[in-house]
Write a protein that binds this ligand. Structure first.
Ligand code: NAD
Length: 332
């Protein structure tokens, strides 16, 4: 099958090509994001393979369908960037990678917490400069902390289990409660209670109209003074301006993010020689108690290997007319 692969980085090209060795699909790699101005590149391709920041709105989906595309293969879990109703209306089917190492993202969330809590990022810079002073590096134990897990799905539960190993108390909030979370000692509480009681809040729910700006000024005002907020899920879950205000007032003690509302203009690119016009991210990275990573939580050998294998298998299933095990449907 002829496939247009968008947002293709060097590692995508190498690992997708390796996963495709036996299947033999014709993969056409493009550095570009899929968006209205680049959709023409997919003309004549039965499938497009896309990532988190590619744009699959009604306009792009209509153009894809007109060019002969009938399958969108997302090489990620989240599908908030796809207008599923428009896809269905144009007869375009959508598959994603429903599961790949949940450990990759959960462990990255824990890495952010440990770094912030023990000021590892600051110590790293200091010692490289020959400064071995401890002043300003006072940390705090994780043992005994209350950790609020918002979204206790696959990643949230792995995260919760790790934090329980540190001796943390687990409280959770989810639309659909999981007995596994309770079996590991977690207790479900209303969202407001979670916000008020947690020393650390970690977001692991999807971005939907329900969860957009779940963390806004009102939620932040409830937060325990000095609390840490971790977002490895999707940027739109958090009102970044409100977070900046809360960091400035000292209510929020630290922030670790792997995702950012406006990340599509920044992430996955080397902008180190450019003037970055986004004042919000520039303000965020200027705080000593903020760590930003560029959507790398999924980026482990194990996770990327599974993503590529699942994506190629879904394309092969579609080409052979088999059932699509990882299909996403409008309306859930
Ligand atoms: P999952 O579907 O297993 O779990 C999501 C959980 O969120 C479910 O338990 C669901 O019931 C819950 N949920 C849904 N709506 C909710 C709401 N309104 N309020 C509270 N909870 C709600 O998904 P997962 O595999 O654990 O992934 C979670 C999210 O992590 C994904 O949606 C994606 O956005 C993000 N993610 C990020 C990266 C990264 O590299 N940073 C990689 C993979 C996934």
């Amino acid at each position: 099958m002829k496939v247009a692969v968008f947002s293709a980085k060097r590692y995508d090209r190498e690992l997708l090509a390796a996963a495709n060795a036996e299947a033999g699909h014709e993969l056409n790699f493009f550095d570009d994001l899929l968006e209205p101005s680049t959709v023409v590149l997919a003309t004549g391709c039965g499938a497009v393979c896309v990532f988190v920041n590619d744009v699959l709105d009604a306009e792009v989906l209509a153009a894809l369908a007109a060019g002969g595309t009938r399958l969108v293969a997302l090489r990620c879990t989240g599908f908030n960037n796809v207008d599923l109703k428009a896809a269905a209306a144009h007869g375009v089917r959508v598959v994603r990678v429903t599961e790949y190492s949940p450990y990759s993202v959960a462990e990255h969330a824990v890495a952010l917490i440990l770094a912030l809590r023990r000021k590892i990022h600051r110590a790293y810079n200091r010692t490289r400069d020959g400064n071995f002073e401890l002043d300003g590096l006072l940390g705090a134990d994780l043992h005994g902390c209350t950790v609020g897990v918002i979204g206790t799905g696959k990643i949230g539960r792995v995260f919760a289990r790790i934090m329980s190993g540190f001796g943390c108390e687990l409280i959770g909030y989810d639309k659909f409660e999981s007995p596994d979370f309770e079996q590991m000692g977690g207790r479900y509480v209303p969202l407001r209670e979670l916000a008020a009681r947690s020393d650390i809040v970690s977001l692991h729910c999807p971005l939907t109209p329900d969860t957009y700006y779940l963390v806004d000024a009102e939620a932040l005002a409830l937060a325990k003074p000095g609390a840490i907020l971790i977002n490895t899920s999707r940027g739109g879950l958090v009102d970044t301006e409100a977070v900046i205000a809360s960091l400035k007032s000292g209510q929020l003690g630290a922030l670790g993010i792997d995702v950012y509302e406006q990340e599509s203009d920044l992430f996955f690119q080397d902008l180190s020689s450019s003037i970055i016009p986004d004042d919000v991210i520039q303000r965020l990275v200027s705080f000593p108690n903020v760590i930003v990573t560029g959507h790398q939580a999924f980026f482990t050998r194990e996770a990327v290997g599974t993503i590529c294998a699942t994506t190629i298998a879904s394309i092969s299933d579609y080409a052979a007319g088999r059932r699509l095990a990882h299909e996403v449907h409008a309306g859930g």
